[in-house]
Each structure stands twice: as C-alpha cells, then as structure tokens.
Design a protein around this ligand. Structure first.
Ligand code: HEC
Length: 201
C-alpha cells in the first residue's frame, strides 16, 4: 500500500499534536504528603511509599533484583530530610520524571524547603540529580550501594540513627546509646573540629 506524502505529513502532525495534548498532569505534592519516615515501607536500607495508592507497584520495582521503572506516585526516602517522588511519564525527560525534595522536619511536621528537578541542591551543596544519575540505567536513579553512584560519607549506623530520630515519629526523643554515638560522629563529620595546633581563627 502506498501513502501519499500529504497523508504522511498529516499523520505525523497528528501524532505530534496528540503527544502535546497528553502532557501529563503533575501529581500534587505538599507538606502533607510527607510524615514519619518509618511509617513508610522499609526495603533493604531505604523506605518507599506511594502518593497514588499504588504501593504494590512501587514495591515490585523496589524489590526486583533487576530494577525497573518506578510507577508515578512512588516516594523514596533514605533520610528524613531528602525525598524523591516519581511524577508521571513524560513529565521531565532529564530526571526520568523524578522530582527531588529537601524537607525541613520537626515535631510539628514537614515543610518542603526545596523542590524541583535537575537543579535541586541539598544542604551540603550536593546536586541530587548529579549524584543519582550515575546509577546504572536499570536502577532508575536509585543509588543504594553498588548501583554505580559515588558513595556518600554517611555510614550505616549514621543513616539508621537519622531514621530513628526523625522528629516527626513518635518516640523520636528516646535516643539509644548506639544512635547517640552515631549522631555524634555525624556531627564531627559535618563540622570537623580544627586540628590541635591549628592557628586559624
Ligand atoms: C553526593 C551524592 C549525592 C547527593 C548530592 C544526593 N544523594 Fe541521594 N543518595 C546518594 C547515594 C550514594 C545514596 C545511597 C546511599 C546508601 O544507600 O548507602 C543515596 C540515597 C538516596 C535515596 C534512597 C534511594 C537510593 O537512591 O538509594 C534518596 C531518596 C535520595 N538519596 C534522595 C536524594 C535527594 C532528594 C537529594 C537532594 C536533596 C540527594 N539524594 C542528594 C548520593 C547522593
């Protein structure tokens, strides 16, 4: 069968128009979308949830030994103050539709400090996307360990201590000795004391 050129042009124009018309609606994310990290579902060392009621879909990818693309609405957290939320397919081609958040958390709840895509920088000056894009493609920007991202300086005990002391969680003030020690090490890592004999300042 032969198509005339005008038919082909019309067909491709039609496709372009329908692709535009189908621009995805963002999943709304507000301060209320987030709460105590440990109320999410633990997967290995991190936590997942769903803003669209599709926790099963999110867990399927999170638990898959072969990775996969997280469904829209997926929430992923490692520490209380940093979150990734998956927006619908086609929302942001650069970040593979992940939206990055930095949160301010307190006993009163959550305030979104920063949100966005490739431009979001955490409180230590690190660009979320810049690190997470180094994960091998099959992991959909999830770093964990061994996925190809550069490792972070936080140890497992530090990460656990941050999770256990999320101020939004009940009982967060009861800090175990192990968590207190890990938090002290973290503090020293973030604000190194000047070496003895250091004349600065
Ligand atoms: C310096 C690089 C770096 C920066 C900057 C960074 N991350 Fe990560 N992130 C990592 C690594 C590496 C892990 C895995 C750590 C582990 O499991 O030990 C991780 C873990 C996570 C996880 C758990 C899922 C996963 O990928 O393992 C989330 C969610 C996350 N980061 C969100 C963010 C957000 C949001 C920002 C910015 C506000 C951010 N990260 C900034 C490197 C980074």
């Amino acid at each position: 069968m032969k198509h005339s050129i005008p038919v082909l042009i019309c067909a491709s124009l039609g496709l372009a128009l329908s692709a535009r018309a189908a621009a995805p609606t963002p999943i709304p994310v507000t301060d209320k979308s987030f709460a105590c990290i440990s109320k999410l579902t633990a997967v290995r060392g991190f936590f997942v949830g769903s803003l669209t009621g599709n926790l099963a879909g999110t867990l399927k990818v999170a638990r898959s030994p072969n990775g996969g693309v997280y469904p829209p609405g997926s929430v992923v957290q490692l520490v209380p103050t940093e979150v990734m939320v998956k927006q619908p397919a086609g929302f942001n081609a650069v970040t593979h539709d992940w939206e990055f958040f930095e949160l301010d958390v307190s006993a009163q709840g959550t305030k979104i400090g920063k949100r966005g895509f490739a431009e979001v920088v955490n409180r230590f000056g690190g660009n979320c996307f810049g690190c997470h894009i180094k994960a091998e493609p099959k992991w959909d920007l999830i770093c964990e360990t061994g996925h190809g991202c550069d490792p972070i300086a936080l140890t497992q005990p530090m990460l656990k201590a941050l999770q256990h002391t999320d101020p939004r969680c009940e009982g967060a003030a009861n800090v175990s000795a192990a968590d207190a020690a890990a938090l002290k090490q973290l503090e020293e890592l973030m604000h190194p004391k000047p070496a003895a004999g250091d004349k600065h300042g």
